[in-house]
Design a protein around this ligand. Structure first.
Ligand code: FES
Length: 344
């Protein structure tokens, strides 16, 4: 029987390796990405640190048997083959689906006012090979001002299109940071950003045919939902997609026609615009509710449903609680809120 060993990397990732396979090949077969070039033990790009376990390295020739507490030793992942369970450290290892974070300067291509306080900002990314940028639909970027203050914004466009990305920025009259950001964008030709960030994203290729998608956004959370919806539509996904956009008043639907157009053009897309303060929306004839209430009212159960949601922590946790009361599992709901505002 072929022997199989465990490779534990950075105390976080455990990969099963068949005997005879290098650490690099085992990680790659499991979907991990790391730096490499020669794959022959020459360029040294794939260097790793062996903390414990036994390896034989083909080139430069080396045999090591370390136990916990021994002095760690440098090895090359491309030619080092484990012959016991091993523990290693590898800098820059990316788990399956994870993209390398890059900092770059992009030009400000356009700024368009969409409502009384929301602006659409288009950034033009450099597209030379060295600076090619990848992100998943639903991820966010950080904008870095010259004084090094940072602010996070969902990327409002899909990764399937062009080298431009779109942000939806609300300028709050009392918001010092949002004012500083808009002033910088309106008075400079370029801005520094760092991306991609965030684990709340969706890849069309990983969807099962039976899954119903709920995309639930409050206010400018629509930006993240727009990126995911455009990605799904660009990949001609036929799963049912329910888009919920909640706002206090009708005037806050700053791109109202866009999701309605998706619904008109795609029979699997259903759009629900929900206003929570109808008294302040004269003429609003649409649905009135809080977003979580509207969603749980529409679904008898949440079997085969994946929810992606973007909004304030209060809204996201209210939605989580309401859906869980109808059987939704934690693993079926995705939001950046769970990372930046974990509930105690
Ligand atoms: S890839 Fe060059 S030494 Fe491993």
């Amino acid at each position: 029987m072929t022997e199989r060993y465990q490779i534990t990397v950075n105390d976080q990732h455990v990969v099963v390796a068949e005997a005879g396979l290098s650490i690099f090949d085992s990680l790659r077969n499991a979907g991990y990405t790391m730096r490499f070039s020669c794959r022959n033990g020459v360029c040294e790009i794939c260097k790793a640190t062996l903390i414990a376990g036994s390896i034989r390295q083909r080139y430069p020739e080396l045999e090591l048997q370390l136990t916990e507490g021994d002095q760690p030793s440098q090895i090359f992942a491309c030619t080092a083959v484990p012959y016991s369970d091993v523990r290693v450290r590898i800098d820059g290892l990316l788990r399956p689906g994870e993209l390398r974070v890059k900092k770059l300067v992009c030009s400000i291509a356009a700024i368009e006012q969409l409502s009384h306080d929301v602006y659409r900002v288009r950034l033009h990314l450099p597209v030379t090979g060295r600076h090619a940028v990848e992100f998943h639909a639903g991820q966010y970027l950080e904008m870095i001002l010259p004084d090094q203050r940072r602010a996070a914004f969902s990327i409002g466009s899909a990764p399937d299109f062009s080298s431009d990305i779109e942000l939806h920025i609300r300028r709050l009259p009392e918001g010092e940071m949002s004012i500083a950001i808009m002033e910088h964008l309106q008075n400079n030709p370029s801005v520094e950003i760092e991306l991609p960030k965030g684990d709340c994203y969706l890849e069309a290729g990983s969807l099962s045919a039976e899954t119903t998608i709920i995309l639930a956004a409050a206010s400018t959370g629509f930006s993240q939902i727009k990126s995911i919806a455009e990605h799904l539509l660009a990949n001609q996904v036929s799963n049912p997609i329910h888009i919920y956009w909640g706002a206090r008043v009708e005037a806050d639907f700053y791109l109202e026609k866009l999701p309605l157009q998706w619904a008109a053009e795609h029979s699997n897309v259903h759009v629900h615009l929900v206003v929570s303060e109808p008294g302040n929306s004269p003429g609003w004839a649409g649905r009135t509710a809080l977003l979580p209430e509207a969603i749980v009212a529409d679904f008898e159960n949440f079997d085969n449903v994946e929810v992606f949601t973007s909004g304030s922590p209060a809204m996201v946790y209210a939605l989580l609680d309401a859906c869980e009361a109808k059987g939704l599992q934690d693993s079926q709901i995705h939001s950046d809120v769970f990372a930046y505002a974990p509930r105690k």
